[in-house]
Design a protein around this ligand. Sequence first.
Ligand SMILES: *Cc1c(COP(=O)(O)O)cnc(C)c1O
Length: 570
Amino acid sequence: MSIVEKFTNEQKIAYFSMEIGLRDDIPTFSGGLGVLAGDTIKSAADLNLPLVAVTLISRRGYFRQVIDEKGHQTEKPVEWEPSALMTVEPDKVSIEIEGRTVYLQAWIYIVESLRGGSVPVIFLDTDLPENSPEDRELTHYLYGGDKRYRIKQEAILGIGGVRMLRRLGVEIKKYHMNEGHAAFLTLELLHKYKKRIEDVWDESHIWDIDSVKELCVFTTHTPVEAGHDRFPYDLYKTVLNDYFPQTILRKLAGDKDINMTLLGLNLSNYVNGVAKMHGEVSQGMFPGYKINSITNGVHSFTWTSEGFKKIYDKYLPGWANEPELFVRVGAIPDEEIWEAHLKAKRMLIDYVNSISDAGMDYETLTIGFARRATAYKRAALLFSDMERLKKIGTGKIQIIYAGKAHPRDEDGKRLIEQIFSLKKALKGKIRLVFIENYNMEIALKLVSGVDVWLNTPLRPLEASGTSGMKAAHNGVLNFSVLDGWWIEGHIEGYTGWSIGPAPSLIQTENNINKIDADDLYAKLENKIIPTYYNDRKTWIRMMQNAIGKNANYFNTHRMMLRYVTEAYIR
Ligand SMILES: *Cc1c(COP(=O)(O)O)cnc(C)c1O
């Protein structure tokens, strides 16, 4: 049986995502969105769901982050060879771009679950001898280039992706757009679902919008305005010419420019945000559309350290495919939980000491912060009052940071430099290290090896966040602003700690930085440090609650079952 036949035997859910993070040696992701897509696919395979995923091959990856001694980030292309991990299909499809025919081929990677399920992932590739040198680069750089490069990539993903599925003979039951990047797929579907001219009033009614809506599911991922792609109609015209009539497109994607989110919204019968609060915020941004919410999760098996896997296997057999079993975490003796944690912590500290001169130790309360370096995540909030931090933390805490800034995010790059410069200011008092080139491997080391996972986004801009869910799977306690998933996961002093007021009680931005920082310092001093050093029993109880109440729920198995019942088989 050919690899393709294996997945043309039943109708599939087609899951489209510009980035997919399955493993570090397939470097086709930049951060949370991609890792979520990878976790989604892994859970689908475990649950034996009929899913096929579509993305771009990103042959140069996102980038490898190199940081000099001043904290200045430079980006190096990642070289990797798809043929080492995937097979290429002989069938090609094409798409007209700037009047040229651009050919696409498909690399297929199969995600196999230990439980027998499998999900094929199609990586689209234009790097073919029959294409011009310029077009060969279109699937090289994830989120690279200018708007022109981006609209071409999105055309390849959406339009090329639908054509490739058809060429491979995969029958599709629903198209799930993971973020607006893939929304051009709706136009390709409209072309397929055209009505007969004799059945309509006039030509503008030829497009069978209702049938396409019935096929499409759209998930929006960010309330940050810049996160919603917009393309000018002039650009659309020079790149895609008359692929789809502008008069109709203006009704579907906005009159001013092409708003990919609006296009997704207008052509999907099911739309959702990625946490309860994010669903509400998105509803406010897009009145007139019904926006549901399905809170994100993480793939439990992927995001659990070796030590915890062992004790879960021993006390909660079957946990990886039935994370609800975490409800029985109380069956695990305290000492074994603590020992599993120490194992992960020693591994992390050894790693940090091997790549830096930080000189960290196993005993000190260790705080971790790692995610994309971008302004709204407020990576420097912990350092907003250095004197207070030193007074509270000297000899009591050590801190580990990591994260990449987008190549053109100058604010994000400055944040990395700022944290680097603080290392010296804290010297001899609080050990601080910034780990280069954050990826999935480092993420697992961090979310399992620190004691406390810090998150300080500016409300309500963190749609969900997922790294805190990974921490919870390893009994690492969240200390986070009440935003995204943490609004749902937080029980004060029980599953972790909040920072600052609930989102509904926020006043102005200036004020809020100060209010949040004050609360952060106060809780660190009066709650977290004393509990860690003087009340180990309570600490371990909280670790159990993080597992039993948070990991239990915030996983992609639960999330996928909700997509199935609410969006896919409705
Ligand atoms: C989980 C993960 C993220 C997402 O982190 P958030 O704190 O949710 O933004 C980003 N990058 C990598 C490598 C991850 O594993």
